[in-house]
Design a protein around this ligand. Sequence first.
Ligand code: AMP
Length: 284
Amino acid sequence: MAIRLIKTIDEMRELIEQAKSKERVIGLVPTMGALHEGHLSLIKMAKEMCHLVVVSVFVNPTQFGPNEDLDKYPRDLHEDCSKADSAGGTVVFAPEASEMYPDGFSTFVNVSGITEKMCGVSRPGHFQGVATVVSKLFNIVKPNYAYFGQKDAQQALVIEKFANDLNFDVKICVGYTVRDEDGLALSSRNQYLSDEERKAALVIPRSLNLAEDAVKNGEREIKKLKEMVVNEITKEKLAEIDYVEIYDCPSLEEIDEIKDIALLAVAVKVGTTRLIDNIVLEAN
Ligand code: AMP
């Protein structure tokens, strides 16, 4: 395996300094590990554009709530290194939590506005954790480009916002959602689903497709589109809606009708597993 595993910030900084002195273009793909084809598509995109591709693997404790799945989140660093290697990664940066958050750590990045809806409501503190860890990764890796998935659309918007507001010198690139053949968006959390729940989870892409088809057929009214999605998901006994929202994109402002581009985003609990997905609805 050609990929290098780095666990300390000092070692990471040293490598980056060397790469910068040779004017290498640096790409960063932040992940929480349990890598799947969705992550690998981002690594491949980075590989096309950058000399050095850093894949961070860090299950970030500050973005999990007290009753969430931090402890049971799937971890397999060896497998992640091998997958990141095969997709073209140069380095896996996998620090311990104590390396990123030493005793006395007390500084957080807080984005207002767009974090106050959707996942920001169901997961208080989540985006503060995400923005804080991604800022730290930007400062450690100093990437020219950083890659995020459309799958976590609100997260990508939050990152674009703070990177711009805080003048981080990095270009944010967003990759399409990779799905299984049957339409379910790939997620490390899909591992938690039983066979029965995995089948039930297909109600998510099915409901998004219904709305997409309706928009193609001329429906523009947000209330009707939301109802359509809610009704479809409600038919599935194992599914429980956390939210179904449609907002203007990228502002995430409330709208009554789709005039241009809107984001339809859902969070659904299937059994005990909370899954998110979204699609962009285009009026024209
Ligand atoms: P995670 O490990 O879940 O924190 O995800 C790391 C990055 O991979 C984030 O930018 C996600 O948006 C992205 N990602 C996760 N699932 C997918 C997917 N199915 N397709 C594309 N990107 C994804």
